[in-house]
Design a protein. Structure first.
Length: 256
């Protein structure tokens, strides 16, 4: 006897909501340039693919409409937490690139970020594009799907989120965001700062030189030279941070 497909619709709707929430808040699928229909199609396909695995281990849904609405908001919260953790790592790259651009004097040279649609510095966008390429190369998009499936074991459809652990984890990741951004930008910022100090001594020794006509082009030139020299080390740092991101995502999901 075939089961009524309509009986699976409420549970599939909840699975779709959590899946769509993860995708829409993640750094890859939340790109402003990605058409909405593609985002919806990805959410439908992924939720349809994982639904047979999840539905067999989930308890029955409540018949009360109020409880069902509360479960919808809970599914949104779970998906938001998973996707937002991944977004925080990319925010560190944007912040680090912004610090480098600010020290180089490229604050006004902003470009439109394809991920968020906001205006960011060119160095920040460069680091973010490199991070995206590395993210795909190490199958980071598979991490999000695996974390999504794992979340149904730690937080079933009728279960609840461990709010205290999740908030502590998010706050820890916020602290790590600033530390990672400073670590990425610190070497170039230190050398550029020394360039300013040397220019100050030069201005004191030869007052007839208009140092302001020299220091700004010099900082840009030195900044790009340092960026080219240190780019292999920066990419290794980004790859290391992405590996930490994988551990953080599964740690968050495992403790929900």
């Amino acid at each position: 006897m075939l089961l009524d497909p309509l009986s699976f619709l409420p549970m599939y709707a909840l699975v779709l909501i959590r899946t769509a929430s993860v995708l829409f808040f993640s750094p890859i699928y939340s790109q402003a340039g990605l058409p909405l229909m593609i985002k919806i199609g990805l959410a439908l396909v992924i939720s349809f693919a994982i639904f047979p695995i999840i539905s067999n281990s989930q308890p029955a849904l409540p018949d009360n409409m109020i409880n069902f609405v509360l479960m919808v908001f809970k599914e949104l919260a779970v998906g938001f937490l998973i996707g937002y953790v991944a977004t925080l790592a990319f925010a560190a790259f944007v912040m680090g690139g912004g610090l480098i651009s600010s020290e180089m004097g490229l604050t006004m040279a902003e470009l439109v970020d394809p991920l968020t649609g906001d205006r960011v510095s060119p160095i920040a966008q460069l680091l973010q594009i490199v991070a995206l390429i590395l993210f795909f190369s190490i199958n980071g998009h598979h991490w999000l799907i695996n974390a999504l499936v794992l979340s149904y074991k730690t937080v079933p459809i009728t279960g609840f989120i461990e709010v205290g652990f999740s908030m502590n984890k998010i706050m820890g990741l916020f602290n790590g965001l600033f530390v990672a951004a400073i670590k990425i930008a610190a070497p170039i910022m230190i050398v550029l700062g020394l360039t300013v100090v040397v220019s100050g001594f030069l201005a004191r020794s030869t007052p007839e030189i208009n140092i302001f006509l020299i220091i700004f082009p010099m900082k840009i030139l030195v900044g790009f030279l340092l960026l080219a020299i240190m780019f292999p080390f920066i990419t290794r740092a980004i790859q290391y941070l992405l590996d930490l991101l994988r551990k953080d995502i599964f740690s968050l999901v495992g403790g929900m």
